[in-house]
Design a protein around this ligand. Sequence first.
Ligand code: HEC
Ligand code: HEC
Ligand code: HEC
Ligand code: HEC
Ligand code: HEC
Ligand code: HEC
Ligand code: HEC
Ligand code: HEC
Ligand code: HEC
Ligand code: HEC
Length: 373
Amino acid sequence: MDRRWPTVFLAVLALAMVPRTGRCAAAPVLLAPADGAVVRGADLRVVYAVPAGTRTIVRVDEIPWDGRRVPVPGDRVDLEHLSVRLEEGRHRIRVLDAETEAELLGFTVVYAPPYSTRTAAGPGDRPYAFHTRQGEAACSGCHNLPGEFETAPDRPLSPAGKVCAACHPGIEAAPNLHGPVAVYACFQCHRTDYGPARFAVRSSEAAGCGACHDDFLARILGRKKYVHGPVATGACVVCHDPHGGRTNAVLRQTPPGLCLLCHAQTLPLPASRELHAKLACTGCHDPHGGATALLTRLEGNPLCRSCHPDIDRDGAGHPLAGHPVRAAVDPSNPARPLTCLSCHDPHGTRDVARLDIEHNETLQRQFCRRCHY
Ligand code: HEC
Ligand code: HEC
Ligand code: HEC
Ligand code: HEC
Ligand code: HEC
Ligand code: HEC
Ligand code: HEC
Ligand code: HEC
Ligand code: HEC
Ligand code: HEC
């Protein structure tokens, strides 16, 4: 890494480092990100210049931040780099003078992941793009940013170069990398021209995935009667991380966590005695869509019997010999036929299975009375 500081950068610093009236202190300069920046990645790089010799402490939401810091001494300024791992939402980052605790620099940054259901942005917030000519100029004197000749769309970057990973280590950290990321074909999905920002995503919607998964798209959008909400709006990246995941299918989280990102409010699962606690939501629901309005893989009793084939085998009756599980009206809800769901909640709230009801007369009276007076 050499020290050819670009002229733009020097000019910015020279301006900012002019001593203020009466004092020798100079204002620090924030190089990345910007105040009010709304970012889409959880890993944030913060780079700022302070007058040479200043000792600083950093607070993220008032909590002292001891993440990895790289001080880079210059002639009149010290450049400090730090990596911050963000939670969804708004954060205040402050750089303080270590001795006086006076604030040298303070700014706000908003992390809005694609699955965010809250509107994170406020009045002063705006989308942030670092890879503009100006943004990159502050770093390219010391860092290897890919030149235009290296970024032809059909030309994968050399993995050995670690060109992007030097500043974006998180992208390649997932145990299961998405196909094109594994071969470093970043520019299949990211644009390479500066217009207005380099590396903007070609499409973050279904069409972007369809460039390579057109068969799959045709299968879910064309053939499924009911399409799941976020799939219908093309928001594939709310569930899939385009770069990689911890498990197969490059998921951001595994179900049920993935599903509860959006369904926690509408689907309050009981804290204890969960019926299918260990069974992922996708055992019963197709995450993309299905033949039923509730996206179940099968409809009615066949769904349950696909995993519980012994129940009512040969029409022997259940839960007691001779008791029907189908072909009758549900007396507790006459609009629906009697099915497994008349007595069992697939999500567990009406779980009766572990109660040994056959030998407990009180329970029998309570439970059976829902349908038999
Ligand atoms: C399959 C398409 C695809 C490929 C291949 C891809 N990306 Fe992305 N990338 C995206 C999409 C889509 C987004 C925007 C996600 C969002 O809206 O939050 C994104 C966002 C990003 C971001 C900003 C958000 C963050 O997570 O920090 C970075 C940095 C990034 N990509 C780097 C890379 C690098 C480096 C590579 C190659 C190693 C790469 N990408 C390959 C689709 C892709
Ligand atoms: C010198 C460090 C550096 C290098 C090298 C670098 N980036 Fe970035 N990149 C940043 C910073 C700083 C941001 C601002 C947001 C952040 O901190 O995550 C950023 C943001 C992004 C974003 C989000 C959109 C934007 O412009 O803010 C994408 C996409 C991205 N980088 C892709 C890439 C790709 C692809 C490569 C490799 C070809 C690459 N970056 C190399 C520093 C770098
Ligand atoms: C004066 C030279 C210089 C400038 C200008 C500079 N850096 Fe650095 N940067 C360094 C050095 C030196 C390292 C340490 C490399 C190492 O130890 O691996 C570094 C490390 C980094 C790292 C890795 C930090 C880590 O936690 O491992 C990132 C990310 C980074 N710089 C981003 C940037 C960005 C973004 C800019 C522009 C806003 C920038 N740098 C400007 C010299 C510079
Ligand atoms: C540049 C081509 C390309 C684009 C664009 C692309 N993919 Fe892929 N995807 C691949 C390749 C290649 C594989 C690996 C295929 C294989 O292993 O059979 C893959 C595999 C997958 C898998 C299966 C992973 C696994 O471990 O089972 C999922 C899920 C996936 N992609 C989702 C997406 C989503 C969502 C998007 C849009 C954000 C997308 N892809 C965009 C090329 C692409
Ligand atoms: C609600 C979350 C969610 C959304 C939104 C979503 N997926 Fe998936 N996807 C999953 C899960 C979970 C799996 C794992 C396989 C399974 O359990 O059926 C998966 C599997 C896949 C696979 C690989 C397995 C297969 O069936 O071939 C592909 C490809 C895929 N998704 C593409 C997409 C595309 C393209 C979109 C956008 C149109 C999308 N997904 C939207 C949750 C989602
Ligand atoms: C990004 C948010 C999001 C995620 C993540 C998500 N869903 Fe949904 N889901 C929706 C939306 C939006 C609807 C449509 C609701 C409507 O039309 O009223 C929906 C509808 C459904 C329905 C149909 C019932 C109904 O209320 O309309 C089921 C079942 C369902 N989702 C299951 C799942 C499962 C299983 C997962 C995990 C694989 C999941 N969802 C993940 C947003 C999400
Ligand atoms: C054992 C199978 C099974 C499992 C596991 C399962 N579901 Fe369901 N789910 C169903 C069935 C069946 C229905 C329809 C219930 C009805 O008709 O009364 C349903 C209905 C729903 C509905 C819409 C109706 C409502 O109750 O709000 C949502 C949303 C839903 N499930 C989400 C999920 C999520 C999220 C998970 C994982 C935490 C999950 N399901 C796990 C079988 C299952
Ligand atoms: C994908 C397979 C699968 C499907 C579909 C399924 N189950 Fe289950 N079910 C299981 C497994 C595995 C267990 C035991 C582990 C557990 O409790 O999570 C279980 C447990 C149960 C139990 C408790 C048994 C006990 O001894 O405590 C009941 C009751 C039950 N399921 C009813 C249903 C009903 C009703 C449906 C249909 C809405 C259904 N199941 C659909 C796999 C499934
Ligand atoms: C009329 C109400 C009722 C209907 C309908 C019903 N169940 Fe049950 N089920 C029960 C009761 C009560 C128990 C608990 C028995 C006990 O604890 O002794 C039970 C227990 C279970 C068990 C765990 C014990 C065992 O026998 O393995 C499973 C699994 C189960 N039911 C699945 C189903 C399936 C699948 C269907 C639909 C084909 C169904 N149930 C229909 C009331 C019902
Ligand atoms: C969800 C409603 C429901 C619940 C709960 C329920 N049953 Fe039933 N039961 C039915 C229906 C429907 C029939 C069939 C009535 C008909 O065909 O007229 C039936 C029939 C019966 C019959 C007559 C069977 C026959 O041979 O004709 C008995 C006995 C019976 N139930 C006992 C019980 C007992 C004991 C319980 C508690 C463990 C119970 N039921 C819980 C709905 C229910």
